[in-house]
Ligand binder design. Structure first.
Ligand code: NDP
Length: 282
């Protein structure tokens, strides 16, 4: 039987509607208008598109967003100064530095400078450490969105065998931890893993975050598995995932499309984290 599609766009729209209502309630009781400030260094076209999408989503949710544009040759210290200013501005609840940064700027130093309470991307080591130790934190947006998508299927994560391909700090590692915290048994795979197909074929939940178009086909997939495709690859001006959707949907039980799967959830979780940060710092 063909896989059911996990419609990230529809799920996302529903969550955004509820966020909008919560923002309205917060404002009605005299609370702040949640605000995200984005620092964009340089003129990377993909980053421009992402930032525009974020601005629109914040506006639609009744929240403020402000973009601070800096030239590609900006010195690292100037970015640090901006972060310091935003850390001290009580009207700013979320700070996001759009990645990638130009080569003269060390992304770790920049991320470490953000106040962890305003780190709505969930990349700061304090939030990563709190996630690791099961403490309350701002969770990174893409993995947080993936957990919601899996929950939306109505299938339990508890007791399942989950395999994650990819071990990046922004997707692979945190989603592995979150699946573990939801009582899955988790294996993390990467480019040096041997017997990748065999490992993946045992997975009840397969999360693919590699960045290689159509890498995962039926040979990697167990009948009825939940397959989450995180990959975003631009091929011939089209966005395609890391999973061969047409083939794998014949075998999986559930599958996310690209576009319209994980992507919309990432921005939705950014809205949610910014609202969370604003409510905490009221
Ligand atoms: P990274 O490049 O940081 O990590 C890729 C991971 O894939 C690495 O751990 C790498 O292993 C592993 N990998 C690469 N080739 C293979 C292979 N042949 N077999 C097994 N593992 C392999 O990417 P990200 O995690 O940042 O992103 C992954 C994808 O997800 C990209 O397409 C990105 O665009 C997309 N993405 C989508 C988001 C969304 O909102 N939908 C958000 C963030 C990312 P190793 O560590 O050994 O090098």
């Amino acid at each position: 039987m063909e896989a059911k599609i996990i419609d990230g766009k529809a799920i996302s729209n529903r969550i955004r509607e509820s966020i909008k209502q919560k923002v309205e309630e917060l404002k009605n009781k005299g609370g702040p208008t949640p605000e995200l400030d984005v620092i964009l260094v340089g003129d990377d076209p993909a980053s421009e598109v992402y930032v525009r999408h974020k601005e629109r989503a914040f506006r639609q949710a009744g929240m403020n967003s402000n973009v601070i544009r800096m030239d590609a040759d900006t010195h690292q210290d100037a970015v640090l100064e901006q972060i310091e200013r935003l850390n001290n501005d009580k009207n700013v609840h979320g700070i996001l530095v759009q990645l990638p940064l130009p080569p003269q700027i060390d992304p770790r130093l920049i991320i470490n400078a953000i106040d962890p309470k305003k780190d709505v991307d969930g990349f700061h080591p304090v939030n990563a450490g709190r996630l690791m130790t099961g403490q309350d934190c701002l969770e990174p947006c893409t993995p947080k969105g993936i957990i919601r998508l899996i929950q939306e299927t109505g299938e339990q994560i508890y007791g399942k065998y989950a395999v994650v391909i990819g071990r990046s700090n922004i997707v692979g590692k945190p989603i592995s931890l979150m699946l573990l915290q939801n009582d899955a048994t988790v294996t993390i795979c990467h480019s040096k893993t041997s017997g990748l197909e065999d490992i993946c074929r045992r997975a009840d939940i397969l999360v693919v975050a590699i960045g290689k178009p159509n890498f995962v086909d039926n040979r990697f997939v167990k009948d009825g598995a939940i397959v989450i495709d995180v990959g975003i690859n631009r091929v011939n001006n089209k966005l395609i995932g890391d999973v061969n959707f047409q083939e794998v949907k014949q075998k999986a039980g559930w599958i996310t499309p690209v576009p319209g799967g994980v992507g919309p959830m990432t921005i939705t979780m950014l809205l949610e984290n910014t609202l969370q940060a604003a409510m905490r710092n009221e």
